[in-house]
Design a protein around this ligand. Structure first.
Ligand code: PMP
Length: 300
């Protein structure tokens, strides 16, 4: 698939209160957000012209900013209005929406009290995050060399740009070895998450997922927990050690971009595991597709 340069589209970006032509949505090179990662963002999916769980995403965006010590200058209502306006202006039915808030260039240095807070929203059409083949067989993951940090060493509850540094490094390492993604442990050696997804294990027909105490408690994760319980499938949120993957019949990941995606293999020093996507992956994927209003369920 050809790479689309993301600064070169024909449509509009919502930038600090108004729609601007896509190519004009620029920021100064001395922006604090760029130098010191004072930047938070969201990743949302548009299904049939509507963002799935928009309010949850918007709340998380404003809260991520507060965790980083700044207030995004927009109300929840105005943020929702801006989102609708942008989707309509760009005529997107099925897409990905990226709100981002960051500190500007008024002050350069670690201290940033005088910076202005900026907010931009962009939306574009979205193909599947992983290939149909990967979706059917399950993706291939490699253990990351980086661990999710302890909550007293990074603002782990925020969807903050700086926390993605180790995700990009881990994903690049996995891709360089032909894998689809990397799987991260946390600072204690417990199972944590993918580089942009949460993880679930099916053990004896029940679901187990790590307690999100040092990584994002994903909106898709919460949705899937609700859907599983509605089906009568028990869900346990607990500390999970990597060797417990040996007991799992199925493993899948969840995320706004990835949706529900089966895992076929996890390789690397921590241990080698193989899984065949089965009935749990299929049910959770179908239930999720149904909930977001997708017309065609993806067969797994
Ligand atoms: N963990 C990380 C690191 C992520 O980037 C994401 C995607 N936002 C998730 C988990 C899943 O979160 P959500 O389901 O809210 O998209």
């Amino acid at each position: 698939m050809p790479m689309i340069p993301f600064d070169d589209h024909d449509s509009f970006i919502w930038y600090d209160g108004r729609l601007v032509p896509w190519r004009d949505a620029k920021l100064h090179v001395l922006s604090h957000g760029l130098h010191y990662a004072s930047c938070v963002f969201e990743g949302e999916r548009v299904y049939d012209g509507t963002v799935f769980r928009l309010e949850d995403h918007n709340e998380r965006l404003l809260n991520s900013a507060r965790i980083l010590g700044f207030e995004v200058p927009v109300s929840m209502d105005d943020l929702a209005k801006a989102t609708h306006e942008l989707i309509a202006a760009n005529n997107i039915l099925d897409g990905y929406l990226r709100p981002i808030a960051w500190r500007g260039a008024e002050q350069m240095g670690v201290s940033a009290q005088a910076t202005k807070i900026h907010l931009a929203l962009a939306v574009w059409e979205w193909p599947a995050y992983f290939s149909p083949e990967a979706r059917a067989k399950g993706i291939r993951m490699k253990w990351a060399n980086w661990a999710r940090p302890a909550p007293n060493t990074a603002p782990t509850e925020a969807k903050a740009a700086g926390l993605y540094m180790i995700c990009t490094l881990s994903k690049h390492m996995a891709e360089a070895e032909g894998f689809d993604d990397a799987l991260m442990l946390d600072w204690r050696g417990q199972l944590a998450e993918g580089t942009g997804t949460n993880i679930f294990l099916a053990i004896n027909g029940e679901l187990h997922t790590p307690t999100p105490d040092c990584f994002l408690n994903g909106i898709t994760r919460k949705t899937v927990i609700g859907l599983a319980r509605k089906r009568g499938i028990k869900v346990f949120e607990r500390a999970i050690m990597p060797h417990e993957l040996a007991n799992a019949e199925e493993v899948f990941l969840t995320g706004s971009a990835a949706e529900v995606i089966p895992v076929g293999e996890i390789a690397g020093e921590v241990g080698h595991y193989r899984f065949t996507p089965g009935v749990i992956c299929r049910l959770m994927s179908e239930d999720f597709d149904h909930t977001v209003g997708k017309k065609v369920a993806i067969a797994v």
